[in-house]
Design a protein around this ligand. Structure first.
Ligand code: 5GP
Ligand code: ZN
Length: 112
């Protein structure tokens, strides 16, 4: 289920434009609008939930699919030498968009 007030749900539905790099039935991947590395992709499940603690069976099935697909997508889009995955959860982590997403950062050496 998508949420009509949510920015990433609107991106998934094509109501807000995005630079798509990959899409299938369970996930949507696009370029971050404010990249923090040479390559900065966002991978989102095609169902709306903000936090891991809110995911149901369908959510975890989509997350599992996302992690299965990420190696191939990352390698294809400039992260063949490695990449970092980040999932910000809640206020202290600085989560700003409340639709769970995986940041894929790479294309350069990354400071810890
Ligand atoms: P968070 O801080 O929630 O982990 O990450 C949200 C990310 O979404 C940020 O890196 C931010 O740059 C990105 N972002 C916010 N609004 C948009 C948008 O309208 N389009 C795209 N492509 N990325 C966005
Ligand atoms: Zn959403």
């Amino acid at each position: 289920m998508l949420d009509k007030e949510c920015l990433f749900c609107k991106i998934i539905e094509g109501k807000i434009p995005s630079a798509k790099v990959y899409e299938d039935q369970k996930m949507y991947v696009f370029n971050d609008i404010a990249p923090k590395a040479k390559v900065h992709l966002l991978a989102v499940p095609k169902t709306h939930f903000a936090l891991l603690s809110e995911a149901d069976g369908e959510g975890f099935s989509m997350l599992s699919h996302i992690f299965e697909k990420i190696p191939q997508i990352a390698a294809e889009y400039g992260c063949e030498k490695g990449y970092r995955l980040v999932i910000n959860q809640g206020e202290d982590a600085g989560q700003t968009v409340h639709h769970l997403h995986v940041h894929i950062l790479g294309g350069q050496p990354l400071d810890w």
